[in-house]
Every structure is written in structure tokens, then in C-alpha cells.
Design a protein around this ligand. Sequence first.
Ligand code: CFM
Ligand code: HCA
Length: 530
Amino acid sequence: PSKVMDEIMAKYPTKIAKKRQKSLVVNDPAEGKEIQANVRTIPGIITQRGCTYAGCKGVVLGPTRDIINLVHGPIGCSFYAWLTRRNQTRPAEGEDNFITYSFSTDIQDSNIVFGGEAKLKDAVREAFEIFKPKAIGIFSTCPVGLIGDDVHSVSREMKEELGINIFGFSCEGYRGVSQSAGHHIANNGVFKNVIGNNNRERIGKYQINLLGEYNIGGDAFELERLFDEAGITLLSTFSGNSTIESMEYSHMADLNLIMCHRSINYIAEMMEEKYGIPWVKVSFIGAEGSAKALRKVAEYFDDAELSAKVEEIIEREMKKVETVREAVKAKTEGKLAMMFVGGSRAHHYQDLFTEIGVTTVSAGYEFAHRDDYEGRDVIPSIKIDADTRNIEDLTVEKDLELYREDLAVKKEKLLKNGYEFSNYDGMMPEMKKNSLVIDDINHWETEKLIEYYKPDIFCAGIKEKYVVQKSGVPLKQLHSYDYGGPYAGFEGAINFYLEMERMLCTRIWKMVTTPWKTDPEIVGSFAINE
Ligand code: CFM
Ligand code: HCA
């Protein structure tokens, strides 16, 4: 891999190569190497990243069905985020579902010049009139920050006027270096304005929240099936298949499970500080991981009946999984994968590939931080730069009335038995020595990697899909799952194996002869019609 790294760097101007070099690492789990992450993309480089607004509105709040997510900005920001993430939801009979709508203030030149607050207020009133929602979230896009509209004061005023929960987010696209800043802003807003609004009485023996699961392609439905059967009460999911009301009483849970550490670790930490709810990192991507996660919950509650039920489920599900896994593995063993996705899936999906004998030779995140690569141990050594300082870090205090001393005691006891809390080891310790780890990969690097590794499959998003496929390598979207899914849990694993069998075993890619392979230059002529 050092060879391909040199080739990649050779093309960059010296100054850029020096900077970029720190984001490409030849992995060595024993040595624990450092990677540069969460820094600005070098201007001119074609990145995969999105913006802060995308992380706040699209990712964290987007999947909640009964809040109106009103975008304050030009229409493009709303239009291009309209139903593109495949976050599914299942409203009960008669329940609100606003996910299919796109709400925007559609600001115009005159609002940019004279201010858009009046238009925003009108939009809030109109949305309330028509839909009578329980809550409205207002999301600022770039121009709103530039002209100085105050979405927070408008929110307060409208909350007073209309009597429902209304809150704003300063999540202008440029606020941070990527989507990641938007996650943090969303976490802060939800923690301040939603969590804790409803001290609902207990409804189950084992109450948990699932954090960082967004129900892409129906993933959450599969996990709900498992929790339901085990008798585990899922109070709230942040935010796949969720309601705003469920978030309001989520602080009554006994345990928080974190799926996507990057997008939601802030809420987990703040809930523990304020309410004493411990959190554990899990991954339901992969059959082994799913079994491990269920056992982890059972172990936490330390109840023989729950453990027995969980074991029964695992045994039954694993039997189905194994039959398919073995058949697929016989055909896919030895193949190579690469994945460059978001802030957690480039790690999680390696497990699913390992289960069918496919090796991940190179991987990276778009916008994760060093802890998602190297593990949470490195957090104290992460340099806080101006871009990070830009995002508010909430100071959270213990809620004297609701703080769960009993859970703190439970945690102490479990810790003594080696049970792991509040930790995430990250991607790099689990990847093979000499695999290539790249943060915020760009187009040029993607092309060179494909040339060098000749992978059997490349996993990324829509921006990469067709460019990669034109080089004769199939691309699986691990954001939207293309049209597939669910891939979480046991049924999800089966779906994924079968999908990989189809993609990895077809001969079609070898038959693709792109025109530029024989004729690298396009020759044309034009005629002018008289
Ligand atoms: Fe978490 Fe996500 Fe991801 Fe993410 Fe995303 Fe997503 Fe993703 Mo696209 S919250 S970090 S900001 S798992 S939208 S559901 S697929 S980049 S890897
Ligand atoms: C986002 C959303 C996205 C984009 C996916 C893609 C998603 O970052 O704003 O580029 O294909 O998962 O929908 O990550």
C-alpha cells in the first residue's frame, strides 16, 4: 500500500501532499497509528462529504415522523433532501407522518436583502394551521446565517403564540467541516428542547433506548422485532421509526444502546450526566454482532428469564443465518472489498463481509473523528481547533430528582465483572495490518485505489456509484442500500449475504468494455446547419 500512497501523493502540490498525507494510514493495530480526521477538506478536492445542515436536519431529526422539520432557506436545500435517505417509518393508524412532505420557507432575493424572519413566522403559522403538529423544528441553511436571521428568537415567539414545542437550529451548511457538526448541533437541540419533557411512568421491565439507528431500508423494524420478542421495551429510537413524544420520555430508560457512535454519542453522554443512564456501544450489523448486542443487554439486566429468551432467539435465528451464510461463503470467500462511507458504516459493514469470507483491504469514513478510527481512548489527545470550538458544548448537570442512583450502583458492580461501558474501540484496531485507512477520500484517490487493489466490490454512496461502476467494479450503496435492506439484525444479515452473492458472483462486470479502454480519446466533429 505504500506504493499506491506514493503514487497518489505524487500528483499533489507539495503543500497539499504534506497535509493530505496525514489522512492516509497504513494500518497497524498493534502499533495503534494516528490518523488525521475531522479537518477541513482542501479546496479544489472532490470530497464525498455533505454539509452541517444535512447532518442536523437530514440525519438526526429527519427520521422522526411527527415533527415538522421546516427548512429556513432557499428551496434547493429542501428539494435535494426530500426523501433521499430512505429512512422508513411506520405510523400507527391515524398517527401523523410528515416525512413524505418537504417544508421550506423558500426564501427569495428580497428576503436575503430585507431579512427573512417575517416569512419564517408566516411559514410556521401556516404549517401549524394546516397540520397541527406536536412540534416544529426550524433549520437554518447557509444564507440564513449570512443575513443574520435569528431562528431561535422566532422559535421562542412562535412557541408562545401557538402553544406547541418549537425550536431552532443554527445548522448552516458552513458551520463545521462536514455533516458531523450538524450531528452535534442536533444532539444539543434535542437534549435541550425535547428530552425530559415527559416523565412517563414505567411501561416495561427492561426499558432501553436505541441511539444512532435511523431505520434506513427498514433496519429498525428488524431490531424492533427482536426486542419485542425478547420482552425488551424500546422506549425511543434516535431516530429511526420514532416520534417526538417518545424522545420526550426517553430519559426514563435504564440503558442506552449506541449503534452509530459518531452521530449521537453526545446525547448518550449528556443523558448519563443528567439522568445517570449508562450507555454501551453495540452493532447490529452482522449476525455475530447482533447476537453479541442482545447478550450484552441481557447481561446488563442480569435476569435469568431474559437471558433464556435471548438465547432462544439467537439459537433460532442463527440456524437460519448459518444455512444461507455457508452457501454464500462458498462462492464469495477470498474476494476483496473497499468501503468509504459516513461515520460508522465503513466499520460496521466489515463484519458482514467477514462473515462471508470477504476481506476489506481499504476503508475510511467521510467525516468521523479520530475516536471512531482509533477508539475513545484518544479523545483527550484530540486537538480542539477553531472549527470544533464553533460548536457549542453543553454543560450538563445532574437532575437531582430524576438521576438514577440505582443505575450508577449497577454500573459499578458490572464494571467490576469486566462489563464494558461508554467505550468504542473504533475501526482501526479491528482492521488487518497493512490495510489502507483513508479519511475523507477524494475522487482521485478512489480511482488510484481501484487501479491498485482491483476490488471485487466498492461500497460508498450515490456520488461515487456510477463513476466506480464505469471502471468495471460493482458499487453497493451503504447509505441508501440502493433499493435493498434491511441489513441489520439476523434477517438483515441474510438479505445482505444474498445481495452480495448476486453482486460478487455475476460475470457481467468482466464483460464491460468501456469505450475509453480501446479509444481513450473522444473524437468528434460538429456541423452547423445552414
Ligand atoms: Fe451514522 Fe448514519 Fe453513518 Fe451518519 Fe450519514 Fe446515514 Fe452514513 Mo449516509 S448517522 S454516520 S451522517 S450511520 S446519512 S444513517 S448512511 S453518511 S455511515
Ligand atoms: C447526507 C446523506 C447521505 C448521502 C448518501 C450518498 C445518506 O450525507 O446528507 O451520498 O449517497 O445516507 O443519505 O449520507
